[in-house]
Design a protein around this ligand. Sequence first.
Ligand SMILES: [Zn+2]
Length: 380
Amino acid sequence: MGTKTIKQINLPASSLGNARTLKVILYGDPKADCKAYIQAGLHADEAPGFVVMHHLINLFDQADTENKIDGHIVLVPVANPIGVSQWRDETLHGRFDFFNNINFNRQYADISAQVAEQIKDRLGSAPEDNVALIRQAAGEILDSIAPPDEAAALKHQLLLLSFDADIVLDLHCDCESLMHVYLGTPLWPAAKDLSAQMGAEVTLLADDSGVTAYDEACSRFWWQLAEKFPNHPIPPACLAATVELRGLADVTHAHAQQDAQNIFWFLQRRGFIKDAAPDIPPLINDATPLRGVAHLKAPAPGVVVFLKSPGDRIAKHEVIAEIVNPLAEGPENRITPVRSGISGILFSINTDRHARPGRILAKIAGKVPLKDKGENLLTS
Ligand SMILES: [Zn+2]
């Protein structure tokens, strides 16, 4: 008999006669030793993850029929029912909440200080006991939060579903981009099997991105608590990753089937599904610091013509793009070259080819942390 169950979570209505729901698909035993949580479309305009979910559900349904699910697996195929409704001018705007313009993947609850207060006199010398204690405290603290509006309630629900998971995968995509992964620094190199299996060409590491993205809200408090209580063993018990499934338009069954299969094999290797996964492919490139990512910004208005593509290795001072201004006099004045300040891998370029000064045109992953990054390491 299969273990699959489906749960609907109601979000509080924010307008009369309108209420939204989160659909949650569960496999395996909720009391199993390991829990994995996967969601797609937190940025609701990022389509590839929804198709990966379609194929992933097929794979888990099949495994469940064959009684091969060993852990507890939770899927939220559409993580942002607010964002998927935000249509304007024939375009879905799923990144920022129309209500307050806050990015749906920013400003998650940071419960580290509250958990520390609750556990400070109760930690022991066994890491597994400390993990259980921290999860219990985190659950109680999250339960006590009363979110003020619908988007806050959504964020709260997503955390409630995942804060106690061993593995959390948040499926996103970038503009025009390579497959890449964001992880907490303390999770590396233990999470190498994720990047390698996904075929990620870039893995970006940060202790703290400065914006409390969803994956960080699940994982960061573990190393914050470990730092605060150095005399007690506290492992980074939640491998939470943001997986960027290439670019916005990279929506094909071939890609999605492969990505779903890779997630399945990653979880199989981690003990969530019976039988052996195939050999893990080699990691394409070692991880680099998120603080080493250069955001290449437009110096002038105009139209962007890229001379380089995602995947290209870039040398310092190399021209990545030209900004064309047809109003300037003379052919040389009509072109403004945009050069990279660092060497590294060009992993993302903006889909929109219109430039205004300061707009991010491209992202390059370098190996050396940059000095001028400030506190917020991610884009708005
Ligand atoms: Zn995203």
